[in-house]
Write a protein that binds this ligand. Structure first.
Ligand SMILES: *[C@@H]1O[C@H](CO)[C@@H](O)[C@H](O)[C@H]1NC(C)=O
Length: 355
């Protein structure tokens, strides 16, 4: 009997853990104080990894994916997250309008990154694709970003009555008497339930992937223009890069220009460049720097979209700011004394002469 009491206590603790529901933070692999962007990023990454299409034949694949969906649905919603933090999953389920209720957040999220559009039936007519340019900053492309796009879309809704549909042209032949006949074309249609166009508002979450390139597209299947007899087209967001005041991008490399004083160019200098995510790039130069000199900082370029652990390079090209104004005779003598370039004659050439 003495032994039984702690055992019962232990069971009670176990039961409580079970009632408290799933640990959504653990499922997403984020800390409890994670911000909305961290949660989206974690979800997006895991959704790709855990998608059941990639784990066919594994018993728990669907379950894991559903856990992930439920975790995201709760933690991405401010209200639900607050309830969850206080009262766990059970609390969220009590909120009504279904905590884990039916709808799949994945479907309205991120568009289609599994290339599912491949198995389309060509015979079904489709509405037009809609392509939208999405202008983003280089900072957003460096760190990755989510853009919420509110979209009003036209959809066909059922209406009273019928309409002609699936119309096609058929050839008819009519006997006109002995050996004479006439061929003509008729339009044949089916009768379908009537539809009307209605506006539907929807929020789409477009991910700007870290390292994405200008022109990359994110496709939301079926979010394009509707087709009365078929399927809607796709909605495509195309990445467009805004001009940046300090950096220029070529592939995964970044380029920037720095102008230093003639003095710094001669005696050396150290400086910092603010990078796109705010970190500082240290530049220490102990040699003479000439106009057009270029240094390369490895791994300070853009992150690679293919492998987020690798980065391109940052190329810094220097220009020299010469002093303005007069130089006195005494200063001239001092400069000549230091530089000792009396024997260097001007070089005349056509075009760019390296160094
Ligand atoms: C750097 O200077 C060169 C030459 O003036 C110019 O073509 C280039 O666009 C500049 N790059 C940046 C990032 O300002």
């Amino acid at each position: 009997m003495r032994l039984l009491a702690p055992l019962l206590l232990g069971l009670a603790v176990l039961a409580e853990v079970a009632v408290a529901g799933r640990d959504f933070y653990k499922i997403l692999g984020v800390p409890r104080n994670a911000n909305a962007n961290q949660i989206k990023k974690a979800y997006r990454k895991l959704a790709k990894e855990l998608h059941p299409d990639k784990h066919q034949g594994e018993d728990d694949a669907n379950e894991k994916f559903q856990d992930l969906g439920a975790a995201y649905e709760t933690l991405s919603d401010k209200e639900k997250r607050a309830v969850y933090d206080r009262a766990g999953e059970e609390g969220v389920n009590k909120m009504g309008n279904g905590g884990g209720g039916g709808h799949d957040p994945f479907s309205s999220f991120f568009g289609d990154f599994f290339g599912g559009g491949g198995e389309r039936d060509e015979r079904i007519p489709r509405g037009a694709d809609v392509v939208v340019d999405l202008w983003v900053s280089l900072e957003e492309l460096y760190s990755g970003h989510f853009v919420e796009v509110k979209r009003k879309k036209a959809v066909y809704k059922a209406a009273s009555g019928t309409r002609q549909c699936n119309c096609r042209h058929e050839m008819r032949t009519e006997q006109m008497g002995m050996g004479r006949f006439q061929m003509y074309q008729v339009k044949v249609c089916d009768e379908c339930p009537n539809v009307k166009l209605a506006q539907e508002a929807r929020t789409l979450e477009v991910e700007v992937e870290s390292g994405a390139h200008d022109g990359d597209e994110q496709v939301f299947v079926g979010e394009g223009e509707p087709h009365v007899d078929g399927e809607p087209g796709d909605l495509k967001f195309r990445i467009r890069t805004q001009k940046h005041p300090r950096f220029e991008r070529k592939g995964d490399d970044l380029y920037t220009n720095v102008t230093v004083s003639l003095q710094d160019a001669l005696v050396g200098f150290s400086m910092e460049i603010d990078h796109l995510d705010g970190h500082k790039v240290q530049i220490v130069r102990e040699k003479v720097t000439w106009p057009g000199a270029r240094i390369k900082k490895k791994d300070e370029g853009m992150p690679s979209k293919v492998d987020s652990n690798t980065k391109g390079s940052l190329f810094i090209t220097f220009d020299i700011q010469f002093p303005k104004g007069e130089i006195s005779q005494i200063q001239m003598d001092a400069i000549m004394e230091i530089l000792q370039q009396q024997d260097v004659n001007p070089v005349i050439y056509n075009g760019y002469r390296p160094n």
